[in-house]
Structures are given as C-alpha cells and as structure tokens.
Ligand binder design. Structure first.
Ligand code: ZN
Length: 257
C-alpha cells in the first residue's frame, strides 16, 4: 500500500522534513491511552502527539545542525516507520546527509548531538515551566529511567477539562518522550546513536578490531535487554531488541567488517 500521499512535508530552518503517516502510529502506541482512559482522552492524545512531534524534531534537528556544521551540505529529516527518501530504514526518525566524513570524531559528534539537544531542551522547558509556577516530582519510568512528572494540581487554573487534558499530556509527553527517547538512543547498540558513538570511538582507537568489538557489545546488550524485555512481557520491545542483535550479528559476520 502506498502511504506516501499522506506524507506531511515542510521545510524548517532550511531543512526539508517529511512526516510519514506511520509517525502517528508511534504517537498512539507510546501514549498512555493504549489501555483505556477516563475523561476527554482524545484531547490528551492530541497534546501527547504534538509533544512527540516536538521531541522527535528536536532530536533530529540536533543531528541536522551538527551535520551542517561539520559536513556542510543540506541534511533531510524523515519521521515515522518505513524508509527514508534515500532508502534508509526509519523507526522513529532519521537525519540523512549526503555530505559526510570518515573522521570518527565528527561522526561521534553528529551522533551525540541528537540526544544531547533533545535532553537539553527538556531541561530548559522544565526550568521555564517551573519559573511559571508549575510543579514537577521525580519518579522512575520502567523502574530505571529517572523522570520528572508534572503535578496536575498546578494546572488547576485551566477550567475546561478538554484544555486541561491537552496541556497536561502535552507537557507530560514532552518530558517523557524527550527523556526516554533521548536516553534510549544513547544505549550503545548499533545503529542507534549510542552505538554509532561507540563504534566511531572504538574504530578510531583500535581500527577494525574496535569496529568488531562495538558490534559484539551491541549484540550482547541488545540480546540481554531483549531477554529482559521478554521476561517483563514487553514483547514489542523484546522483538525490536532481538532483531537488532540479529542485524548486528549479520554485520559482524559479513565481509565488510
Ligand atoms: Zn538520533
């Protein structure tokens, strides 16, 4: 089925952006509304989706600005699930640059810039909202990822329940997606940002052995976390991680590496 006619295309800061129709599936799937919800949840989902778009764009623009600075050229951004215009598989988002470099330090820098900008914008946003009188409480997501949760009482001035749902989940989504997506991307599993940083640095330090070591670490981590996710009944996450482990195994046993 050709979904490309539902693509939403625009240019922001001189960078062409394509939001695939499948992007909205990610918004729904990772929202707190999958298991049923009381109240005007549709407005909550709308706020959450806007937050997801802002977070993913911030992440990809972190890569795009860094690529423009160190490679030159004009990167493009694709969001959703599918393939980018240049054929790269996309799950979430990808920034593609035709101008590139073999310098491992430049590659590590452009890979780190996405999560770095995404996480920085979350903390800047929280600081601004705290100045405006909103209250946040510390908690843990998945039992491990530190996270700040908005106290809904600090939005009591919003009288309309629909508006309250929209704003509450806009802020919750902005903080949750920004931190969780930012931190998950830093786990050193190739080809995620953390894996690219590790591969670039190890290949710089140890040459071909470093590349193979980075792929080995990716397999061990993705496999281990995949089994843990399976035990925690997070089947989607488990499938995704075990598939990543398999892809890294294929790369390691292919001739190029
Ligand atoms: Zn990234």
């Amino acid at each position: 089925m050709d979904l490309s006619k539902f693509d939403w295309k625009f240019t922001l800061f001189g960078t062409p952006v394509r939001v695939m129709a499948t992007f909205w599936i990610i918004c729904v799937f990772f929202s707190p509304f999958m298991s049923g919800h009381e109240g005007p949840w549709l407005f909550g989902l709308l706020g959450w989706s806007v937050a997801t778009l802002i977070s993913f764009l911030t992440h990809e623009f972190g890569h795009a600005f860094a690529m423009r600075a160190v490679y030159g050229g004009r990167p493009t951004i694709d969001l959703g699930i599918g393939r980018s215009a240049s054929g790269v598989p996309v799950f979430g988002g990808v920034t593609t640059s035709y101008a590139t470099s073999n310098d491992p330090l430049k590659r590590a820098f452009t890979a780190a810039s996405g999560p770095a900008l995404e996480i920085a914008i979350v903390f800047l946003g929280i600081a601004l909202m705290a100045l405006l009188g909103l209250r946040f409480e510390g908690s843990l997501t998945f039992g491990i990822v530190p996270y700040l949760s908005l106290d809904p009482k600090s939005l009591a001035f919003l009288r309309s329940p629909a508006l309250l749902f929209f704003v509450y989940y806009l802020i919750e989504g902005f903080v949750w997606i920004g931190l969780v997506w930012g931190i998950l991307n830093l786990i050193p599993i190739f080809p995620f940002d953390g894996g690219q940083i590790l591969l670039s640095l190890l290949s710089r330090a140890m040459g071909r052995r470093g590349t193979r070591l980075a792929l080995g670490i990716s397999i061990a981590l993705a496999g281990g976390l995949g089994i843990l996710s399976f035990k925690a009944r997070a089947y989607f996450m488990a499938f995704f991680l075990i598939f990543s482990a398999y892809q890294n195994y294929r790369l390691l046993t292919s001739r190029g590496y």
